[in-house]
Write a protein that binds this ligand. Structure first.
Ligand SMILES: Cc1ncc(COP(=O)(O)O)c(C=O)c1O
Length: 396
């Protein structure tokens, strides 16, 4: 099938919840993908921070093949070796003591919210409320869209579940003022806001939230679904800021392209989940967890984080030099290989033009071009991407 035939099928049979570009991607290798008509692209979207090892990484393929021959799925009624091993490795390399596995970022946050409510019920005298940030994104289930600080995500789904409020991001004073001593149980934030336009925390923001949570006896939850698993050059984004949460959520890059989410927690908090309190049929499935193990191993041993930090410097300096030459760029910001280029104008036309020239990027928060190249990206590929962007922006 060519692009046109695939598009016709999508438009006839698939629920129309997405605005899609008029191409169908059918093949990938490293930082490159090809559409059904054979056109090649540099992929700096990477499934929105999923394909961190690039497309068809040999370690991912090996793990899939090996595990598929052994055992693809069994129920959580039984112990699952790759799940237990992945949990151990995630705990070894983070603040956490226990992991609950699921299939997506929204489910990981759903698990975090449920755990916070149980903990609040048992240990905080019945508190249940979760405070999150304006401009945040936490998922599309009813609870996670209610925690999400974007009106367009919530529109049309009333009545929303109670127990959520949003407070301005990067405003410690506002967060403290918003805490209700009778109801607030937790603060949920992305350490770096992804969908909100690649917004970095102020120097003392995350540490301030930690102190606030300690002082007020609240749980601190970090949503690292987008910025975790190496994206910022460290395994977890919180490591840059010298603070640790009580609960953290992961998904996206964790499964190397297979659906895998995780909710990590300290023992004292995790204890509020017992048998029967939460579950998922596919969560922690042998195949997904085997790939998760291969991803984690490659990140930690394969020089991936080092390459990420090195390429991040290159991308940032390239973009800053573009900014110096092109007045259409208002600001360049990011950490590691999540980088936002805020424009003086809407970014959707730029994204389309870049695609025409063979570069896939996306636009978030209307004016922010977002770069999420694989962490294994090479210098030549970045330079090629920057050259395409410059050509497209110079025409504005
Ligand atoms: C920070 C953050 N949390 C949660 C989610 C939801 O993840 P999923 O689409 O896997 O449910 C996303 C997705 O973009 C995200 O960026």
């Amino acid at each position: 099938m060519n692009n046109k035939q695939i598009i016709r099928l999508t438009e006839k049979y698939v629920a129309s919840t997405y605005t899609r570009f008029p191409i169908a991607l059918v093949r990938g290798k490293g930082a490159r993908v090809w559409d059904a008509d054979g056109k090649e692209y540099l992929d700096f979207v990477g499934g929105i921070a999923v394909n961190s090892l690039g497309h068809n990484h040999p370690a991912v393929i090996r793990a899939i093949e090996r595990q598929a021959r052994k055992l693809i799925h069994v129920s959580n009624l039984y112990h699952i070796a790759p799940q237990s091993e992945l949990a151990r490795e995630l705990c070894r390399h983070s603040f956490a003591d226990r992991v609950f596995f699921c299939n997506s970022g929204a489910e990981a946050n759903e698990a975090a919210i449920k755990l916070a409510r149980r903990y609040g019920g048992e240990r905080l005298g019945g508190k249940y409320e979760v405070l999150s940030a304006t401009n945040s994104f936490h998922g599309r289930t009813l609870a996670t869209l209610t925690a999400t600080g974007q009106e367009k995500v919530r529109a049309g789904y009333d009545p929303l579940p109670p127990g959520f409020r949003q407070v301005a991001y990067n405003d410690l004073g506002a967060m403290e003022a918003a805490i209700d001593e009778n109801t607030t149980a937790a603060i949920l934030v992305e350490p770096i806001q992804g969908e909100g336009g690649v917004v970095l925390p102020g120097k003392d923001y995350l540490r301030g939230l930690r102190e606030l949570c300690d002082r007020k006896n609240l749980l601190l939850i970090f949503d690292e679904v987008q910025v975790g698993m190496g994206r910022t050059g460290k395994l977890f984004a919180y490591e840059h800021y010298g603070v640790e949460p009580d609960i953290m959520t992961l998904a996206k890059a964790l499964g190397g392209g297979l659906p895998l989410g995780a909710m990590l927690a300290r023992e004292a908090v995790a204890r509020s989940f017992g048998p029967g309190s939460h579950a998922s049929t596919f969560g922690g499935n042998p195949l997904a967890c085997s790939v998760g193990l291969a991803v984690l191993k490659s990140m930690l041993q394969g020089g991936v984080l080092k390459n990420c930090a090195k390429m991040a410097r290159l991308l940032m300096s390239g973009l800053l030099s573009l900014k110096a030459r092109l007045p259409v760029i208002r600001e360049v910001r990011g950490k590691g290989l999540i980088v936002g280029v805020e424009l003086e104008q809407e970014g959707s036309k730029i994204v389309e033009d870049c695609m025409g020239q063979g570069l896939l990027i996306n636009c978030t928060a209307h004016k922010v071009l977002r770069f999420l190249p694989p962490l294994i990206v090479g210098k030549k590929e970045l330079e090629q991407g920057l050259a395409i962007l410059e050509k497209v922006l110079a025409r504005q």
